[in-house]
Every structure is written in structure tokens, then in C-alpha cells.
Write a protein that binds this ligand. Structure first.
Ligand SMILES: Cc1cc2nc3c(=O)[nH]c(=O)nc-3n(C[C@H](O)[C@H](O)[C@H](O)COP(=O)(O)OP(=O)(O)OC[C@H]3O[C@@H](n4cnc5c(N)ncnc54)[C@H](O)[C@@H]3O)c2cc1C
Length: 342
């Protein structure tokens, strides 16, 4: 993610949605039938995957989704399965995807909100599934994003990921890995900003000297380099910790004695995303008028970085999650609400 994002942030975002939000979840939770049908193509690159979880009225409050799936037999042969109705929003890769991981409410009466959902692997070619027009965005423009409409989409029983009613567990088991892996995105974007700024301030002359020879400009570059190095150290430290003892490395969803890493994973994407927005903003400043023109690309890097404070969970939700988990106490002590929040 870091290297791809340094070269092309939008390609990295699409890769991250494909590999982490879709393939990783299928590899962990798909039935043998669905794994055999989808994973070879998704892994060799001939097929594209994505995640359709958010809805027009359920972004941060992802557990408030209203898309439903009900048991239903197929008319033609009586095969057991489910039928999905609803609408999903801002789905990365939807216009080019072959398979989507889709969450739906299957057990609305469940006492615990964690038991209301089921995750499904759904082919975008399924009858009743339509993808909206790619959304016009301020950044990440080469990564197509669209709404997904589900109008009576029938899927076989083998499409269920994990267990019926176990959607929240599937969601949770991938969330920390998702946050960590995506933190490589803003890190690579910061490196991309430095790739432009350092040569520029060496070459661009004002008052008869390179602008990089001014102390204020050197301070700006120093702050950018320092923020990038701090982010790199943070991302790699959490990655090493997750490899060594985190629940994600074991793929066991927190079992097997491995440690859940909610705080570490939410902190690292929170810090990396906000640092990248600051660094790319300074990159625009360092290029002056050229920074404000699209040709030099640093404004685009700012818009690309900004996605990471919103997509896959906002900075506010990440702060809330970390704060509640660390502080605890009355009124929400790192319990369900802190964890479920996207
Ligand atoms: C380019 C892009 C790609 C995306 N790709 C995907 C994808 O592939 N799959 C997918 O499922 N989703 C995807 N999303 C959706 C993304 O996950 C949501 O946009 C995000 O979770 C925020 O939800 P929202 O937009 O509804 O904002 P809202 O939840 O409406 O939030 C609006 C504002 O209120 C704040 N807020 C909300 N609740 C609280 C709270 N409890 N406390 C404090 N502040 C709060 C938010 O932080 C935000 O500032 C994508 C979004 C974008 C922009």
C-alpha cells in the first residue's frame, strides 16, 4: 500500500479495497464452494473485488444499515439461498467489480445488534444487482466509486461468509487489519509529496536564490520529512506488533490467545491520515502558485490524502473509538458502540 500509494494513490485505494476489504474476508470466511469459485480469479488479478457495507443513511453508524436478506429458494430449481433488497453507497471498485462482500440485516429481532447481520459474497452479474454511475470525487479519481442497488438479488446458501447472523463477527475480524493496511496509503502519499517538493524548492529561484535556501522553507521541508518518518515508524511498529501477537495475523478473530488491537489499529490510521493531509497541504504551499495548479499534482495528493480521514471510517469515529476504549467509565466504556462504529 505504501509503495503503490507513492506512485498512484487511487490505484492503491482500489487495490486495498480489492485485496483487504474483499479477498481477505473471503479467504477467512467464505464457504469452500465460494472460495473455489472466486478466490483464484481474485488472486490472479483476472477478477476484481470490493466491499458494499455503507448505505446512504448508514455510514459511521454502519450497524444501522437497512439492507435486508431473507431465506428464499430459487424458483427454477428450489435451491436454498437468500434474497437481498436495499441500497449500498460509496462502494469502491463497484463499477469494475466481479464480486462484492455485502452486509445485510438477516435477524432484525436479535437481542444483540451484533447478531443482526450476515455477510455475503455476491456476484455483480447477479440478476437484480445494479451499479450506479461512478461518483465525481475531489480526489482518488481513478478509483471508481458507486452506489449499488439490490432489487431482489438471489444468492445461494454458499454465499454466506461465516455464519448466518455472524456478519458483525466477520466485519470485526477484518477491521483492524483493514485500518492498519490502509494506513500505508497516507504514508505513501506523504512520500509522494516529498518527491515533488524537494526537487522543486532546489530548482525554483526567487530573490536570486533557490527558495529551498530560505530557512522558513527548510523548516517546512524538515517538518514534512519528520512527520513522514514518524508515520512510517508508527505504521511499521503496529504492523510488527500485529504480526507478532495480534489477532489478525492468526486469522482467528481474537481467539487462540491472540490480542485484539482495536486501539493500535484505529490510532495508526487516525494519525497517518491526518499527518498526510497536513503534509500534502504544506506541499501545495511549498510550490506557491504552481502548487495551486493541477499540473504539479500536489493539490491532487491533498485530495487523495483527505479520503483517508473519511473513507473506511472517519477521524471522529476513530478518536471516539480510541478515547472510549482507553478512558472507559460511565457512558460508554469501549464497549459495542465504540467498536461497531465504522
Ligand atoms: C471515496 C470513498 C470510498 C469509499 N469506499 C467504501 C467502500 O468500498 N465500501 C463501503 O462500504 N464504504 C465506503 N465508503 C464509505 C465510507 O466508509 C463512509 O463515507 C464513512 O464511513 C463515513 O460515513 P458517512 O459518509 O455516512 O458520514 P456520516 O456518518 O454521515 O458522518 C458525517 C460527519 O459526522 C461525523 N460523525 C458521525 N457520527 C459521529 C459520532 N458518533 N461522533 C462524532 N462525529 C460523528 C463524521 O465523523 C463526519 O464528520 C467510501 C467513501 C468514500 C468517500
Amino acid at each position: 500500500m505504501e509503495a503503490l500509494s507513492r506512485a498512484w494513490p487511487a490505484a492503491a485505494l482500489s487495490y486495498g479495497a480489492h485485496s483487504n476489504l474483499c479477498v481477505n474476508q473471503l479467504a477467512r470466511h467464505a464457504s469452500a464452494e465460494a472460495a473455489a469459485a472466486y478466490l483464484p480469479g481474485l488472486v490472479d488479478g483476472s477478477a476484481v473485488g470490493g466491499l458494499a457495507m455503507s448505505e446512504p443513511a448508514a455510514g459511521s453508524d454502519v450497524m444501522g444499515m437497512t439492507t435486508t436478506a431473507a431465506p428464499a429458494t430459487r424458483g427454477s430449481d428450489g435451491a436454498a439461498g437468500w434474497v437481498l433488497h436495499g441500497a449500498k453507497a460509496w462502494c469502491t471498485n463497484a463499477p469494475i467489480a466481479d464480486v462484492l462482500v455485502i452486509y445485510a440485516v438477516t435477524h432484525p429481532e436479535a437481542a444483540s445488534k451484533g447478531s443482526r447481520l450476515t455477510a455475503f459474497a455476491v456476484e455483480t452479474a447477479s440478476a437484480g444487482l445494479t451499479v450506479g454511475r461512478p461518483l465525481a470525487k475531489i480526489g482518488m479519481t481513478a478509483s471508481p466509486t458507486a452506489d449499488v442497488h439490490l432489487d431482489g438479488v438471489w444468492v445461494p446458501a454458499s454465499a454466506v461468509l461465516g455464519e448466518p447472523g455472524g456478519g458483525a463477527a466477520v466485519l470485526m475480524s477484518g477491521l483492524n487489519s483493514e485500518r492498519l493496511v490502509l494506513a500505508g496509503g497516507p504514508l505513501g502519499i506523504m512520500e509522494a509529496a516529498l518527491d515533488v517538493v524537494v526537487p522543486y524548492v532546489r530548482e525554483r529561484r526567487q530573490f536570486g536564490v533557490p527558495v529551498g535556501s530560505f530557512g522558513l522553507m527548510q523548516g517546512k521541508v524538515a517538518d514534512m520529512v519528520t512527520a513522514t518518518a514518524a508515520t512510517r515508524a508508527h505504521v511499521y511498529a503496529v504492523a510488527a506488533e500485529m504480526d507478532a501477537e495480534g489477532e489478525e495475523a492468526g486469522g482467528d478473530g481474537g481467539g487462540g490467545g491472540r490480542r485484539r488491537m482495536n486501539v493500535e489499529a484505529a490510532s495508526v490510521i487516525l494519525a497517518a491520515a491526518e499527518a498526510a493531509v497536513a503534509v500534502t497541504g504544506e506541499a501545495v504551499q511549498a510550490l506557491g502558485g504552481n502548487g495551486y495548479c493541477v499540473e504539479y499534482g500536489v493539490g491532487g495528493l491533498w485530495a487523495d490524502a483527505k479520503l483517508y480521514t473519511i473513507g473506511a471510517g472517519t477521524s471522529e469515529i476513530r478518536r471516539t473509538l480510541v478515547g472510549k476504549a482507553v478512558v472507559g467509565g460511565e457512558g460508554g466504556g469501549g464497549g459495542d458502540d465504540a467498536v461497531w462504529g465504522r
